[in-house]
Design a protein around this ligand. Structure first.
Ligand code: GCO
Length: 452
């Protein structure tokens, strides 16, 4: 028992975080291009203008992936690199770039997994209302059709939208990510509904225009929940808490069921329909049919979670973390149990094969005097998390794991201050150095996780 023979051991990245080349290649502007130009939005006013210069250095990066023995690589397409306005005119240079990357991956025996939307909302569409404009459903579909037509002869795995919780919540509700808005709740529920419709439309287009049968999934995120003990009542408490709504409306998007029940089960959670009633847009049967267009696999980005137990009142209660609880450089708690309980609860509820589409840690990595990058904290973190995942792999249909991230990159509002990579990037000169963890991960892949 353990990981299946064809388990997809991979790493993940996203376009704006690594590509660079934002000018001169026919790319249009998206909300992050615009947002990062204004001082005060990102740590020390960093931008993704050059990032890891992956656009020019992808052959070297694929070579590194091969050295690490990766079986799979999850990357995203920048919508505005292929459709500068989000619809209409196609930028052939952008298509050529992704074609070259895909070919390089395949030549090196690495399976490409494409994410359609990792937050690059075309500025042209944003000006027309962005996710508030119902036309975005068609526009996103047009983009998915183009991707299917141009890439699906070679790429069979797709994820539609990445972390809607974050791009709606941080971008439009809390104002911490592009475009930096604090919109009324009513608007954010409308956007969320359109995001899910756009997801459904993309699924339809990928199926219709795919040049072969495709494997299509969704890649949401959220904090997971795990039980304090394995007593049935604590497990039940964790299960309930995992799919519950946020107590606080000002952070409502941080939730699993509102985003996944419609897509996988075809309906919004009852409790939410009641609680959010004053803020909801018109929801039709036809909408729900589109949103729940069947998908093949379920992707989930998992970083950490809360521990709960069943309280004396029969309701889940949080278990307080002890003083000095382990945390990462970005201050996230280290909670390996989420890689067992998270996929397990998700599989139970949604009955779809699961991919962990992201999981990883930021550390204070430095180049040591010996010229290497030693990152014992990352190896320890991954060993603990993957050990839990291995247990899950013996119980549920688990297809793959994408470590976040291949290399250090532009960490949104944190700029380059957070290093999540298995590969160190020296942003002064774009030198790549495999960290100790990259070699450690290579060994895990080689053994198919049997050494965990
Ligand atoms: C995502 C994530 C990544 C982050 C990573 C670390 O949405 O997929 O935000 O882009 O870099 O999760 O925070």
């Amino acid at each position: 028992m353990g990981f299946r023979e064809d388990f997809a051991w991979g790493t993940a990245t996203s376009s704006y975080q690594i590509e660079g080349a934002v000018k001169g290649e026919g790319k249009g502007e998206h909300i992050w291009d615009v947002y990062t130009k204004e001082p005060g939005h990102v740590f020390e006013d960093h931008t993704g203008e050059t990032a890891c210069d992956h656009y020019h250095r992808y052959p070297e990066d694929v070579k590194i992936m091969k050295e690490m023995g990766l079986k799979a690589y999850r990357f995203s397409i920048d919508w505005t690199r292929v459709l500068p306005d989000g619809y209409g005119r196609v930028n052939e240079k952008g298509i050529a770039f992704y074609n070259a990357l895909i070919d390089e991956l395949l030549d090196n025996g690495i399976e490409p997994y494409i994410t359609l939307y990792h937050w690059e909302l075309p500025y042209e569409i944003y000006k027309q209302g962005g996710w508030m404009n119902p036309k975005i459903v068609e526009w996103f579909g047009e983009y998915a059709k183009l991707v299917a037509e141009r890439f699906s002869d070679r790429v069979t795995h797709y994820f539609t939208v990445n972390e809607p919780q974050c791009f709606v919540g941080l971008g439009f509700l809390r104002g911490e990510h592009a475009p930096g808005l604090k919109s009324p709740l009513r608007d954010t529920f409308e956007m969320a509904h359109n995001v899910m419709k756009a997801h459904g439309q993309a699924v339809r287009m990928l199926r219709q225009y795919g040049r072969q049968p495709l494997v299509i999934g969704y890649a949401p995120t959220c904090g997971m929940v795990y039980p304090e003990t394995e007593k049935p009542e604590d497990i039940e408490a964790a299960r309930q808490a995992m799919f519950a709504l946020q107590p606080d409306n000002s952070n409502w998007t941080w939730n699993v069921s509102w985003w996944s029940d419609p897509v996988l089960l075809g309906h919004y959670p009852e409790e939410g329909l009641k609680r959010y009633e004053p803020y909801l847009p018109k929801i039709t049967e036809e909408d729900m049919k589109l949103i729940s267009e069947p998908i093949d696999v379920y992707g989930q980005n998992i970083y950490n979670g809360r521990c709960v137990r069943m309280g004396a009142d029969g309701k889940p209660e949080d278990v307080k973390r002890y003083a000095g609880f382990p945390k990462t450089a970005i201050n996230w708690p280290v909670t390996p149990e989420v890689l067992y309980w998270g996929p397990k609860f998700l599989y139970e509820r949604y009955q779809k094969p699961i991919y962990i589409t992201e999981n990883g840690i930021s550390c204070h990595d430095v180049i040591s005097l010996d010229g290497k990058v030693h990152d014992p904290n990352r190896m320890d973190f991954l060993a603990r998390y993957l050990h839990e995942l291995k247990r899950a792999a013996s119980e549920i249909d688990l297809r793959g794991y994408f470590q976040w991230s291949l290399m250090d990159n532009f960490e949104w509002a944190e700029g380059y201050a957070q290093r999540f990579g298995l590969v160190y990037v020296d942003f002064r000169n774009q030198q790549r150095i495999l960290k100790d963890s990259a070699y450690w991960y290579r060994d895990v892949i080689r053994e198919n996780g049997n050494n965990l």
